[in-house]
Every structure is written in structure tokens, then in C-alpha cells.
Design a protein around this ligand. Structure first.
Ligand SMILES: [Zn+2]
Length: 409
């Protein structure tokens, strides 16, 4: 094995042991794989199944999922702290100048590469499996390349595959100001007609038999925008208020949304800009929705970027309004609003480790042990002493003798 590889493995030992300790200690404060976004309790009638490859590659799978579920603010802090931290660490470590510069470049590049992989790399994903087969696992809000910010080439069939892989049985397609009503015969799951209208600081997810509107009429002011809900009802469609817009731009108008006929609110949206929606705000919206028997939903808001959803809906055909839908979310996604953005560099890995199943923990520990055992055994000091790293008394004496001899010369 080349010397540089041997040295790298040796230097990784303390990190590997700290990582093993964290994987074990985090099990003392476990997070459930899913929580009901309304009650906050883990659901006991659904399973989150992990494909064998997902568990086998758990360190990669979990890391890429954790990067996918960062809010925008936390993503920037995560990137900043790790990039700067690894660059500084690479520079201050011992070694020749070129080697230190190489380390200071490769560390930050690895962080950026992980971020790109989280967004683009195909990989195994977890799948929701409800025990009750009469419930439909559904997504109310997702995009294709027909949206201006959709991934180029991201077709409706790609979207259907993306949903099916994660256990969805149906999804509405809600491109920005572009109605979806394609025939989806032969697709992995049915895709349902919809659109996401952008009107006066608000995005309204319109579901059902939507038809074209003149957006200018709803784009002038808040009362004008609120008129869209009645227009959708006339079309036989329903309108949901999307995150983060109603929280950011219309927080004081929510009662007027209800009066105007809004059919429901998103309470979880996986888009990074919406993941910072705080729990207290969610509680207020839930109270409003409960009082007026309105739908509350989760939205993947997938645009073709990122492989994993942070939320699923269980739609019940026999119920109506508030009780018609259950929103099941990944705790790490809901926790984005609980932590200050600047803590993301350590709170995101910690949330990830707390959320590991036992099979994932076993995979993590196995990988760490495999990497450790693939390195050479440390060279005993008694036979050959490393002048800078060895702390034994014998080595100390040898170093001192070498210094004395050098000075004597
Ligand atoms: Zn959207």
C-alpha cells in the first residue's frame, strides 16, 4: 500500500473512533423514522421500508438524505462552516506546503461534491408502506420540466417513477402557471391534473379539472388574489395555499383566505425555502384548519432536484376536510425550524445519527470497522519510532538524543 494512503488511514483513526461513539451514543436519543405532522406522534400503522442497498450503503444514503432535508439558511451555514473548517484544518496539519494546500482544497471540494450528489445522484430511497390498503399515499404538489425552475428533461414519467419508488400511489402535477392534464396511461402511478398559480405574493396549488385563467385579475392586490379560490370552485377544482408564501407574505391574511374559500393549507413543504416553517406557525394553521374543517397537506414540491421526499400524505376516501388527510413527515425535516441556521454544521449530522434505525447503525459501524481494519497495524515504537506523532518515553529519549547530536554537529 502506498505510504500516503497508509498515513491517511492512520490519521483517520481518531475520527473513526469518535464517529463510532457518536453512532452508538445517538441511539440514546433516538428520533422516529416518521412523525404525524399534526399530532407530532410516530404513526404505528405505516412502515418506512429501506431497500437492502439503502441499508448496505447507509453512510452514503443517510448523509445524502440529511443534505436533502436542509432548509436554505441552514444549507448555506452548513456549507460555509464545513468548507472553511476543512480548508483551515487542511492548512494547519503537518506536511509539506503542496500537501497542505492539496488537503485544504480536497476537503472543501468533497463537501461540495456531496451536495451535488444529494441533488443529482440516483440512489436507493426509503418507501412508505401503509398497513391499510384503502388509504392512498398521495402527493399534492410536484413539478416537471414544464416549470421554469424544474430540472431540464424531468418528464412526467420521471416524476411518476420518483413517486412510485417512495411508495406514492398517486400525485398531482402542479407546474408553475402551466396546466397538467396529460394522459398518464402506462405510467408507474396515476398523475392527476393540477397547476400552481402565482398570484400576488402567493402560490395557489389548484387541483382537479383546472382551466386557464387570466392571472392579471388575481395579481393586483390581496383581495384580488383571494378571488382565485372562488374562480377555482367554479371550475370544479380546489385551491390550497402553498408554503412558504402564505407564511412569508400573507401571514396576517389567513382568516381572509378562509372567508374567500381556501380549501386547505400546506403544513409541510420539502422545498428548502419552505423547510424553515416553524412549529408554532404550523400549530396556528392547524387550529384554523380544524375550526373550519379544511384540508391540511404535505407537499414534496419536487422539481426533479433531489431524490427523497420529506413528507407523504395518507388520503382517506371516506373522510372529508380536516380528517381526510394525514401528513407524515421525516423528523429531520420538521426540525429545520427548531435549530438556528448557524448550528447546521453539527445539528444536521446529529439529527441524522439520531434518526438511524438499528440496521443503519449496524451498517455504519460495519463500514467504519471495515475501513479501520483495511489499514495497516500501527508500527510499534520499540521497533521504529515516528518522530512527530509518537509519545512514548522511548521515543522521547530517541528524539532528544537526535536533537543533542544535531546540535553537537
Ligand atoms: Zn411548487
Amino acid at each position: 500500500m502506498p505510504k500516503i494512503v497508509r498515513m491517511n488511514l492512520l490519521r483517520r483513526y481518531p475520527i473513526a473512533f469518535i464517529l463510532m461513539a457518536l453512532v452508538i451514543v445517538s441511539a440514546l436519543a433516538p428520533l422516529p423514522p416518521l412523525v404525524d405532522a399534526v399530532t407530532g406522534a410516530p404513526p404505528y400503522d405505516v412502515d418506512l421500508t429501506r431497500p437492502a442497498l439503502y441499508t448496505l450503503l447507509a453512510p452514503v444514503s443517510d448523509l445524502l438524505d440529511a443534505l436533502t432535508f436542509l432548509s436554505v439558511g441552514r444549507a448555506w451555514w452548513f456549507l460555509l462552516v464545513w468548507v472553511v473548517g476543512l480548508a483551515v484544518w487542511g492548512l494547519v496539519r503537518s506536511g509539506s506546503r503542496p500537501r497542505r494546500l492539496l488537503r485544504a482544497t480536497l476537503g472543501p471540494l468533497a463537501v461540495v461534491a456531496l451536495g451535488v450528489a444529494a441533488v443529482l445522484l440516483p440512489r436507493p430511497v426509503v418507501q412508505l408502506a401503509p398497513a391499510d390498503s384503502t388509504l392512498t399515499v398521495i402527493d399534492y404538489h410536484a413539478h416537471t420540466a414544464a416549470s421554469h425552475d424544474g430540472r431540464p428533461g424531468w418528464t412526467a414519467r420521471d416524476l411518476a417513477r420518483w413517486h412510485a419508488a417512495q411508495g406514492f400511489g398517486a400525485s398531482y402535477v402542479t407546474d408553475h402557471n402551466a396546466i397538467f392534464d396529460d394522459d398518464t396511461t402506462g405510467y408507474p402511478i396515476p398523475l392527476l391534473p393540477g397547476v400552481e398559480w402565482s398570484v400576488y405574493g402567493q402560490h395557489v396549488v389548484a387541483l382537479g379539472p383546472v382551466t386557464m385563467i387570466d392571472r392579471a385579475a388575481y395579481n393586483r392586490d390581496t383581495p384580488g388574489m383571494l378571488g382565485l379560490f372562488a374562480a377555482l370552485h367554479r371550475q370544479g377544482a380546489i385551491g390550497l395555499a402553498s408554503l412558504p408564501e402564505y407564511w412569508r407574505n400573507h401571514w396576517d391574511d389567513l382568516d381572509r383566505f378562509v372567508t374567500a374559500g381556501v380549501d386547505g393549507f400546506e403544513i409541510v413543504n420539502c422545498a428548502p425555502k419552505a423547510l424553515a416553517f416553524p412549529a408554532a406557525a404550523r400549530t396556528r394553521v392547524l387550529e384554523l384548519a380544524r375550526a373550519h374543517d379544511l384540508l391540511v397537506v404535505g407537499a414534496s414540491d419536487n422539481h426533479g432536484w433531489g431524490r427523497a421526499t420529506c413528507v407523504w400524505n395518507l388520503s382517506s376516501p371516506s373522510a372529508h376536510g380536516y380528517r381526510a388527510n394525514r401528513v407524515l413527515a421525516r423528523p429531520i425535516a420538521l426540525a429545520q425550524a427548531d435549530w438556528q441556521p448557524w448550528t447546521a454544521a453539527y445539528t444536521q449530522p446529529w439529527l441524522m445519527l439520531r434518526g438511524l434505525s438499528w440496521s443503519e447503525r449496524s451498517s455504519w459501524l460495519t463500514w467504519i470497522l471495515v475501513i479501520l481494519s483495511s489499514g495497516p497495524s500501527p508500527i510499534p515504537c520499540s521497533t521504529r519510532c515516528c518522530p512527530t506523532s509518537c509519545r512514548s518515553a522511548g521515543c522521547g529519549r530517541r528524539r532528544n538524543a537526535a536533537v543533542v547530536a544535531m546540535r553537537a554537529r
